[in-house]
Design a protein around this ligand. Sequence first.
Ligand code: G3P
Ligand code: MG
Length: 244
Amino acid sequence: MNWIYPRIIAHRCGGALAPENTLAGLRVAAGRGCKGVEFDVMLSGDGTPILIHDETLERTTDGRGRVAETSDAELARLDAGGWHGAQFAGEPLPSFGDAAELCRALGLWANVEIKPSTGADAETARRVAALARELWRDAPSPLLSSFSTEALEVARDAAPELPRGLLVDAPPADWLKRLRRLGCLSLHCSRRHFGRRLLDEARRADVPLLVYTVNDAEDAIQLLRSGVAAVFIDRIDLLSGWTE
Ligand code: G3P
Ligand code: MG
């Protein structure tokens, strides 16, 4: 299989064991023996790439409103950890730069999901790709992925040397054609839409197939044994002892 990266990837930094998309999550993942992490990157109102999943602040911080309309100064005042548990209170909303630096310090490989707010696909991809190239210039490169075709096109043109993954919910019938056109290395699909036929198609095309989000340990191990390249997992505690 054409896959040289970790096969178990902690979803949104530390999965369910830490507030999502935080530096605390990266520390928890590394502490649990994870070798790879995934996180989501969006632009702030000042155009700074930061780690967050939703377009709005309410669910994962104590702030309100749209991420794309909030300045870096306002974001710096937010608590991105208290919602998860008192021990994470005061956890900052991290910049992409800080997350990359910590990944490198902890020896974590990263799948950087480009998560544009509505209408910001090109700008987000341009900034994330340029910064990723800079942040990992003398280290093994991260894998960029996105649900946005436009973002993948822009990332390809901005930093062609960085590998890319085509991220989908349900793979469209022409997924391989799209993947080739975008110059992607891998296909990332939802567990709900994973099936034997897709795995066979991916295998025949020599395309690594990644599946998200798998939270049952037996299911994850079965998927990995059947030839799935990697799984994204929230329950990183369940697979900490698993070796290939
Ligand atoms: O990249 C895999 C997974 O993170 C995609 O879904 O919504 O958790 O970003 P989501
Ligand atoms: Mg994601």
